[in-house]
Write a protein that binds this ligand. Sequence first.
Ligand SMILES: NC(=O)C[C@H](N)C(=O)O
Length: 483
Amino acid sequence: MHEKTLAGLSQALHSKAISSVELTEHYLKRIDQFDGALNSYITVTPELALEQARAADARLAAGNATPLTGIPLAHKDLFCTQGIRTSCGSKMLDNFIAPYESTVTARLLDAGTVTLGKTNMDEFAMGSSNESSFYGAVRNPWNSDHVPGGSSGGSAAAVAARLCAAATGTDTGGSIRQPAGYTALTGLKPTYGRISRWGMIAYASSLDQAGPMARTAEDCALLLQAMAGFDERDSSSVDEPVPDYSAQLNQPLTGLRIGLPKEYFASGLDTATADAIAAAVKQFQSLGAEIKEISLPNAELAIPAYYIIAPAEASSNLSRFDGVRFGYRCENPTDLTDLYKRTRAEGFGDEVKRRIMVGAYALSAGYYDAYYLQAQKVRRLIKNDFMAAYEQVDVILCPTSPTPAFRIGEKIDDPVSLYLTDIYTITANLAGVPGIALPAGFAGDLPIGMQLLGPYFSEPRLLNIAHQYQQNTDWHTRTPGGF
Ligand SMILES: NC(=O)C[C@H](N)C(=O)O
């Protein structure tokens, strides 16, 4: 059963070839069998999943099902799920049972999906390898010595190992696209504001965006359909009609103008990755696309700007974890200051502390103008680069990361080298534009990802282009050995 894509499972459920209870039991068995070694789930919710599966079967029988009814999903442990632990990968929230449901998970539940559990992630989504999780590193199903990427590394590993039909992720600087690239999945970061952030534990609010992680673009279209839409509870949610994301998947690509940003093919790009992207370019040409070289001249400033803006917002957002209202609280505090200090010192891991310190420094009097304000100006320049590029081309094609997945532990002592793995993904978050990652080849047993970026609200076009590529290639059909 798990060989099928989400779209294939949906058909099987609707034709009654399988039931949601059978499918859910099948995935729960696989989680039991394989997840000890992978560590992709923080929490598994078997009773709830089976109860939801029974309800889904009743809905399928009654004839009022959606394409997602009965589909077993996993959610990044950053989405609040009512009555279920929502840890955000941190000791700080290890004891936190969310009292309410995030808009994303609520919409997916309304569509009839089944929640298998909550997936592992970098602590508070700060990381690119899933090694900063309080619950331990996640292994890449393609090669267990390697990271699955991050911060949505548990979601990526769980989908790649077929321990769920698809999963949710979030992307602040690449956290959907980079792990999708490292595990041969298709992952979509929509336009900022397309999906509600309500009930997502905030990291950097002006950058955070949820999205689907699945096997194919077709599956991402089905998931985005349920996830997208205006939500008055999120002030950054955009009141823009939600198109039918599956309707345009089969449009031909004739005349499509694809831009290759020359800054993304410069030094630091691994040769196997460069070769895979060159082959994808040829594939797109054979499907009728025109290729142009373009420039994103300020791209090299993206990492420094991001590592001011994201920590600045994080230092503010994470001030709510103080041991008073919810989450971890230190033992026997002597007074309120001691409570704050020890709760935060004991509850947060090293990377989170590093970012809070950097952020607080960048926002402090005397440094605000020199760092934070400068970074915001750079952010505008990066946005302007994209706007100028989209006057010449319809979409931009580039790698998702400079290299395939690295080894567990390889970059753990060098945060800056870890930050550099997001060099191709961060620009889209700073500009707020959408991007889709999809598999484009392999270097040995490790997947290579490519990325398509488009103008605001171009998700239908990105899904269409990715789908056409997947109709003509088979990278996305491969399964990691042993799963
Ligand atoms: N959350 C993300 O998108 C991941 C990014 N690598 C970060 O640590 O900020």
